[in-house]
Design a protein around this ligand. Structure first.
Ligand SMILES: [Zn+2]
Length: 301
């Protein structure tokens, strides 16, 4: 059975070994957000290579899948607002060299962190392969609601796919997105953006006040927050068709699914596009690590 290693770099590094489509052994986790942000790129590469060697435990490895936040194309991290030292790094070549320096010669692939969550969900739900008679596997799309907003997609597709920066408002005052762009989904839904908007309250206090009905500003914002996610999802449905959308991340707890569905129903009216569904899934390192490894194993088949 093909054996791969997945290493996912977000606020920390999570890694694991995967055989077939399943995790074997424990997930290893290390580092915190601040330590990774301050770590020079070369040190981070060395840390990842050492982690891969430790996870392999002397067994042969067919592929290593790495995942990072940001725009990643053709093995290069073109931009990564949360790990700026990696911007412009040809990570696939550099990681291949770092592994070879420690004696591991294997295929290395690099993905966006939200895309590996989509692949991991597909792996754990048994939807990696195309169904009998279909030309392609079903599309798995996932919104990750964290400090920023990620949009993951399986199967891996050419393109940029920065769905978190979908424009969902034409109001020029909507300027809280981490990228600096106005009217972006992340500028409304992102944790960092919410803290900028409500300087005196944490997001959980905002949603609690909205629920209690005692604070009109918070109630209005909770509606905007859901309509923003509905709008970005409607755009994705209008571009790529209906299907299943997963929602995960630390702020997925604030999602009111019946209300979100009503918002999307107002925005998507064409009859062939009606078969969409949302599901909230718990954020776990396991899913992302499995996704990184299965994507890598598939790309080197
Ligand atoms: Zn943006």
């Amino acid at each position: 059975m093909a054996r791969g290693i997945g290493l996912v770099v977000t606020e920390h590094i999570a890694g694991g070994m995967v055989e077939g489509d399943s995790l074997c052994g424990e997930i290893q986790s290390n580092g915190g957000n601040d330590s990774l942000r301050a770590m020079p790129a070369q040190d981070l590469l060395t840390t990842l290579a050492e982690e891969a060697i430790a996870l392999a435990g002397g067994q042969s490895i067919d592929a290593v899948g790495l995942a990072f936040p940001g725009i990643i194309r053709a093995g290069v991290i073109e931009d990564s607002p949360n790990l700026q030292q990696l911007k412009g790094l040809a990570i696939q070549a550099a990681a291949t060299d770092a592994l070879a320096a420690l004696g591991m010669r294997t295929e290395v692939s690099v993905y966006n962190d939200a895309d590996v969550i989509a692949a991991g969900i597909a792996a754990t739900r048994g939807t990696l392969e195309r169904p009998a008679g279909a030309l392609w596997p079903a599309i798995t799309r996932v919104w990750t609601l964290g400090l920023g907003i990620g949009f993951g997609h399986y199967p891996v597709a050419e393109g940029v796919w920065e769905g978190g920066h979908t424009v969902v408002s034409l109001d020029p005052n909507e300027n809280f997105c981490g990228c600096g762009g106005r009217g972006h989904l992340e500028g409304i839904m992102g944790h960092r953006a919410m803290r900028l908007r409500f300087l005196d309250r944490e997001p959980d206090e905002v949603f609690a006040a909205a629920k209690s009905g005692q604070d009109p500003r918070c109630a209005e914002f909770a509606i905007l927050w859901h309509r923003a996610l509905a709008a970005a999802t409607a755009t994705s449905i209008h571009l790529e068709g209906p299907g299943k959308f997963y929602i995960t991340g630390m702020n997925a707890q604030f999602v009111n699914l019946p209300f979100l569905n009503r918002c999307v129903q107002e925005m998507v009216k064409m009859s062939p596009l009606q078969s969409y569904v949302f599901e909230v899934v718990a954020r776990s390192d396991d899913v992302a690590v499995i996704g990184a490894a299965v994507n890598a194993l598939r790309s080197c088949r």
